[in-house]
Design a protein around this ligand. Structure first.
Ligand SMILES: [Zn+2]
Length: 375
């Protein structure tokens, strides 16, 4: 080895030149890679920090196997966990990050599909712009994982959504109080854009066993199981996706729909009804038996057969019917049942849902749903 090195060092001048060129090339390449990260900073005049300081690079995580993540809603999971309030999520944030304590966060995917290439954003109270906290290369369907903030052990420098460097050094030892942080996700893939569009709805969803005493006389399934919940997570996404579409609002407003007194609603009244659907604050989802659905207040029950067919068939006659009840409409209104001439909310929304199936637009499909045995 030593001899070899000596040889290299005593090479003639020409080789020195070659070496220098190679070295320059390597360095240039290296800087190019770094520049890839800095790029956004370059065009930003107000970016702080001394010249030539490398831009903070985004930490990447994968939650794609049993060694780097657990799974929610798996067979055998306890009813308490399956239906816990801790498992409530916003429909607009199915990739949910929440603070566990001042130094750790929980990352969870409430969609029954893998999500790739997401960026997690952190907003700290008092800061104008969210920070790009980390990148998710892949998070598998229903994956869940608690991780420490990367700045506790790693770099404290991050880039915000205005591409300015933000230093979180003040939180390195103390962490950040949980009540001062909020999280969101972003990305440019087709799936992420669709999932993000659900933020138009205010729904906070969880799953519930409405029959804890196993009363044989009611219409609730005695014990909901993990498979019910897995399927339901996809149904809620598809239903919300249909409702957020501009097309849906357009056809809804154009549709003749009657109120509880069987009187045709005005466009303003229909707009109000539509808005109240988007603004339903809570969905407690359960599974019904003997009937197609049960709905009212924040209770949202659907029959097993709907949890099976929502990726390939229209579910609006039942799914939107129950939502009609949740926003205050009775069976006298065509917000729940179609009118005698087959018009009403469930007809209008059903047509859009069918169009979305036909065009392959719904976010959750048989081709990306993670557990084929559920279908
Ligand atoms: Zn009904």
């Amino acid at each position: 080895m030593k001899q070899n090195l000596l040889k290299k060092l005593t090479r003639p001048k020409k080789s020195h030149l070659t070496l220098a060129i190679v070295l320059c090339f390597v360095l240039f390449n290296f800087s190019c890679k770094k520049l890839g990260v800095i790029d956004p900073l370059k065009d930003h005049n107000s970016s702080p920090g001394p010249k030539n300081e490398p831009a903070p690079s985004l930490v990447e995580y994968n939650f794609d196997n049993d060694s780097n993540s657990g799974l929610m809603f798996q067979d055998g999971e306890s009813m308490a966990l399956l239906t816990s309030e801790a498992r409530r999520y916003e429909i607009g944030k199915v990739l949910r990050v929440k603070a566990v304590d001042t130094t750790t966060i929980e990352v969870a995917n409430f969609a029954p599909v893998d999500i790739l290439d997401a960026t997690i954003l952190l907003t700290i109270e008092g800061q104008a712009k969210p920070i790009k906290l980390f990148r998710v290369g892949k998070i598998r369907a229903h994956a869940i994982k608690v991780i420490p903030y990367s700045f506790i052990k790693g770099s404290t420098k991050f880039i915000n959504t205005d591409n300015q460097v933000v230093d979180l050094v003040q939180y390195k030892t103390t962490g950040i109080p949980t009540n001062k942080v909020s999280f969101d996700f972003t990305g440019t893939t087709d799936l992420i854009i669709k999932l993000k569009s659900l933020a138009k709805l205010k729904w906070k969803v969880k799953y519930q066993d409405f029959d804890p005493t196993d009363n044989p006389k009611d219409n609730w399934k005695d014990n909901i199981d993990a498979r019910d919940v897995r399927r339901f997570t996809g149904l809620m996404i598809n239903l919300a996706y249909m409702l957020q579409a501009d097309t849906t609002q357009k056809v809804f407003l154009a549709e003749p729909i009657t109120d509880n007194n069987k009187v045709l609603m005005t466009t303003a009244q229909k707009q109000q009804a539509f808005n109240s659907i988007l603004d339903i604050p809570k969905f407690n989802c359960g599974v019904v038996v003997n009937v197609s659905g049960l709905g009212g207040g924040s209770t949202y029950g659907l029959a097993d057969y709907l949890l099976v067919k929502y990726m390939t068939k229209n579910i609006c006659f039942e799914a939107v019917h129950e939502i009609g009840h949740m926003v205050g409409f009775s069976h006298s209104s065509s917000m729940t049942y179609p009118s005698s001439d087959n018009r009403g909310a469930v007809v209008a929304t059903g047509n859009v849902y069918l169009m979305m199936i036909a065009k392959g637009l719904l976010p959750i499909k048989t081709s990306n749903y993670y557990k084929p045995s559920d279908l």
